[in-house]
Design a protein around this ligand. Structure first.
Ligand code: NCD
Ligand code: ZN
Length: 344
């Protein structure tokens, strides 16, 4: 297949940052996607509807006016998020989810939730109002091996949580393990998951190919090949529970190539093209449209997009870097071939 025409997709998990960094990255996402769920892990975090409204305005001001792009906002859940804030978010019309970061799990998560029991009242309000809980599903228990943190979080937190709140709409963000795939498959219809392009294309060997490769480091960290294969099967299997969320997470080169490098992979300049590679690898290009353009909107209760985009089987070379404030940013595939091109 040389051309693939699909409904314009949405990205159900992005980090757009703020200030000059926002201006440097937002149009890569806006060029590809009609809408995106914007993560609230700024510093300070977006914890109120008022802060989300102001952030939304800054995002729209940074978007190229020639592009139609709608940021869908999220709030950052803390141990102290008041229930009325959840209710206000549900009624706001522009806040589409509440993000649960276990405190200390990832970039700017120190203000996150220290114990799930502290947020039961907030989660009950989410369940009542039908607003999705978006979960970074990794335990922060230092005794647990980094590669097992997703599996252990499912056992200790998520499985009991969905029993306690059976009607809660929940998105298991950036799923990385076979255990996670099985959990979502066996859970009721109100439980879904996003999958990144990098977790569909790479396993953990990519971080150590000939030396340490910081631009392949993200959280949750890349896993073993059998996990990657389980994710690819889930993405391409036609189930509406699995949909696209890039987790594109830009950091300046100096913060990645560092003694204590930041977690995050920047895929926004070639996100859809990478998903096309993954689906082609699985012989399932016919399943890309549902995954990228239909199931996420359906889960969030939003209309599917109308316009179309076209992917062409034509290679191009990813630039070595892009400008990012007073530093640069290294995209995934820097200086390498991307095998599909996006038009429209
Ligand atoms: C994200 C970031 O940099 O904000 N990093 C990442 O590796 N994905 C945070 C996150 O989603 O975990
Ligand atoms: Zn993320």
């Amino acid at each position: 297949m040389q051309h693939l025409s699909i409904t314009r997709p949405d990205d159900w998990h992005v980090h757009l940052r703020d200030g000059a960094a926002l201006s440097a990255v937002v149009n890569f996402t806006a060029r590809q996607f009609r809408r995106a769920i914007v993560m609230p892990n700024l510093s300070p975090a977006i914890t109120t509807v008022a802060a989300a409204a102001a952030y939304r305005t800054r995002i729209l001001a940074a978007v190229d006016p020639a592009l139609k792009f709608e940021p869908l906002m999220t709030l950052y859940l803390t141990d102290k998020t008041p229930t009325p804030e959840i209710v206000a978010a549900a009624h706001s019309g522009f806040v589409k989810g509440i993000k649960l970061y276990p405190a200390g799990a990832t970039t700017h998560s120190h203000a996150g939730v220290t114990d799930i029991a502290h947020v039961y009242a907030a989660v009950a309000a989410l369940e009542e109002h039908g607003l999705p809980l978006l979960v970074h599903a990794e335990t922060t228990d230092p005794a647990v091996d980094v590669f097992d943190r997703e599996k252990v979080y499912i056992e200790r937190v998520l499985a009991p949580l969905i029993m306690r709140f059976p009607k809660l709409k929940m998105v298991f963000e950036h799923l990385t393990t076979r255990d996670g795939v099985q959990f979502v498959q066996h859970a009721p219809q109100n439980i879904a998951a996003t999958l990144t392009a990098h977790h569909l294309l790479y396993n953990r060997n990519a971080m150590f190919q000939g030396g340490i490769r910081p631009h392949f480091y993200c959280l949750p960290v890349l896993k073993r090949e059998p996990h990657r294969l389980a994710l690819l099967a889930a993405a391409t299997g036609g189930s509406p529970k699995f949909f696209l969320g890039t987790d594109t997470a830009p950091h300046a080169r100096g913060k990645k190539e560092h003694a204590c490098g930041c977690a995050g992979i920047f895929t926004a300049p070639c996100a859809l093209e990478l998903y096309a590679e993954a689906f082609e690898q699985a012989g399932a290009l016919d399943k890309l449209e549902g995954f990228a353009s239909h199931y996420g909107a359906d889960f969030y209760g939003l209309p599917r997009n109308q316009e179309k985009i076209t992917l062409q089987k034509k290679s191009w070379t990813m630039p070595e870097h892009y400008a990012f404030n007073d530093d640069t940013i290294i995209p995934l595939r820097a200086g390498e071939q991307v095998r599909w091109s996006l038009h429209g």
